[in-house]
Ligand binder design. Structure first.
Ligand SMILES: [Zn+2]
Length: 476
């Protein structure tokens, strides 16, 4: 039965590709993935995306999207065909360098055959006009992508949700700058990454033009729509802040964001200058159960407990956590999703550094001891430096142990060297990508020690190592 069925399916697949498929591209084809160990089909090979322009018209009542997305890219090899990641929607028009191009689609892959093959080094423009309903995908129980709620919508893509609302080379390895031109019915307001360049009154609708000129990973792209009130501020050090709060949000609710200005300057003082032109938060007028460090504009839900699986901690710490990701995650991005501790361990330790900043050394010490005891009691398996898809956002393995790795490093090399390591790493890989080996290399270089075995035991051994400097060792 099984055998027969599979033969039938194979036959159907062959028939359908013979009947409806295009002629196979003659010549070199870009890879359909970037061989990420956890998500091999995310991203695509053969080109480097330079800039995306998302010209979108969300229909808020119908919960549908239409628009045109343009990608400017440079071919890194000769290409007779190349892929984008894109799920759902109906494609109405697709051109490469203004000439209609052939394409095929599978669930997540869009394969494009330009009328004229591309040569290595060519820059080219792909424009795709589409409409329909965004598709969400789920990782670790959290639905990602574009989501609607009662009075608005938000987009939270980590790790693979971007392709559910726009065609994209969907991997942090291929960062690009972005323009968002989003038209909505009045009185909706659109917030997105970067700087608001223009607001155009079209009568019944408004077009918001947003620009993120710094390189951005696709999972950090966001468009958030609601009846927002914008509030501006500036850090004492001069970083511009714009926050988007749902209309009528009470001061008690906005309170948790009020120290953002001080936090920006605090993290700038320990990690180096804030990497982007602007910062702020956007609050989706619904309960999220997580927060996300969308570039220059962190996304939160409308609850005091808006936190990303970090347990029972003060909301202000979550605000510090997402802000610190602008250095670690957004400016310095992952080379592979396996390196997620470089995002989450760093941001979790950063929120504890904020705790230390406002409450003192003893507060940090007792927090880290508490985490050590918790991890000693709840002994899990798995490697912090090599999670699988199921443990990618695991609180104990990634967030807490990741933060403990940095605390142990600090205790081992001392404050001055530790913060020097963090600053050097943030600076060397600014607007770029790094992996665990890159971080270890910086730590070795800056400390003048060989810390390879230190990191080996902390990141690639599930046993909890001791922190002898502060008298912590695992119970028998
Ligand atoms: Zn985080």
């Amino acid at each position: 039965m099984r055998n027969k069925l599979s033969k039938l399916l194979l036959l159907l697949a062959l028939v359908s590709s013979l009947t409806f498929g295009p002629a196979r591209a003659a010549g070199p084809t870009g890879a359909d993935g970037l061989a990420d160990p956890l998500f091999p089909l995310l991203g695509n090979g053969g080109y480097d995306a330079l800039h995306y322009t998302l010209d979108l018209k969300p229909a808020m009542e119908q919960e549908s999207l239409s628009g045109t997305v343009t990608m400017e890219a440079r071919a890194t090899q000769d290409l007779a065909a190349f892929n984008l990641d894109f799920a759902g929607f109906t494609i109405r028009q697709l051109t490469v360098n203004d000439a209609p191009a052939q394409y095929t689609r599978s669930t997540h892959e869009l394969t494009i055959t330009p009328a004229k093959p591309l040569k290595m080094g060519d820059t080219f423009t792909t424009a795709i006009t589409y409409d329909g309903s965004p598709e969400t995908s789920s990782v670790d129980g959290i639905e990602t992508g574009w989501r609607w709620y009662n009075n608005g919508s938000f987009a939270a893509n980590e790790p693979a949700g971007a392709a559910g609302w726009f065609p994209v080379n969907d991997h942090p390895l291929d960062k690009a700058s972005y323009t968002f031109r989003v038209t909505v019915a009045k009185p909706y307001v659109v917030a997105a990454n970067g700087l608001l360049k223009n607001t155009i009154d079209n009568g019944d609708t408004t077009t918001y033009l947003w620009e993120e000129s710094k390189p951005m990973a696709s999972y950090l792209a966001t468009v958030d729509i609601a009846r927002y009130t914008m509030q501006t501020d500036k850090s004492p050090g001069g970083v511009a802040i714009r926050n988007y709060f749902p209309e009528g949000m009470a001061p008690e609710e906005t309170q948790m964001y009020s120290r953002t200005r001080e936090m920006i300057d605090f993290f700038s003082s320990i990690y180096g200058p804030y990497p982007f032109d602007v910062y702020g938060v956007v609050i989706a007028d619904t309960e999220l159960g997580f927060a996300l460090e969308t570039q220059t504009l962190s996304l939160f839900g409308r609850t005091r407990s808006a936190n990303r699986r970090v347990g029972q901690i003060a909301p202000e710490e979550v605000v510090a956590h997402e802000l610190s990701h602008q250095w670690f995650g957004d400016s310095v991005s992952l080379k592979s999703w396996e390196d997620i501790w470089l995002n989450e361990g760093f941001a979790t330790y950063s929120q504890f550094l904020w705790l230390e900043h406002v409450s003192g050394k003893d507060a940090l010490d007792s927090r880290m001891r508490g985490i050590y005891r918790l991890l000693d009691t709840q002994r899990g398996t798995g490697e912090t430096g090599r999670p699988d898809v199921q443990t990618l956002f695991d609180t104990n393995l990634i967030y807490l142990r990741g933060s403990l790795v940095l605390h142990a490093l600090r205790m081992h090399v001392g404050d001055e060297t530790f913060f020097n390591i963090m600053r050097t790493y943030a600076d060397r890989f600014r607007y770029s990508n790094a992996n665990t080996a890159d971080f270890i290399k910086v730590a070795n270089e800056v400390s003048g020690q060989d810390l390879t075995s230190f990191f080996q035991t902390w990141l690639f051994d599930s046993k909890l190592p001791a922190i002898p400097e502060i008298g912590l060792s695992p119970s028998a």
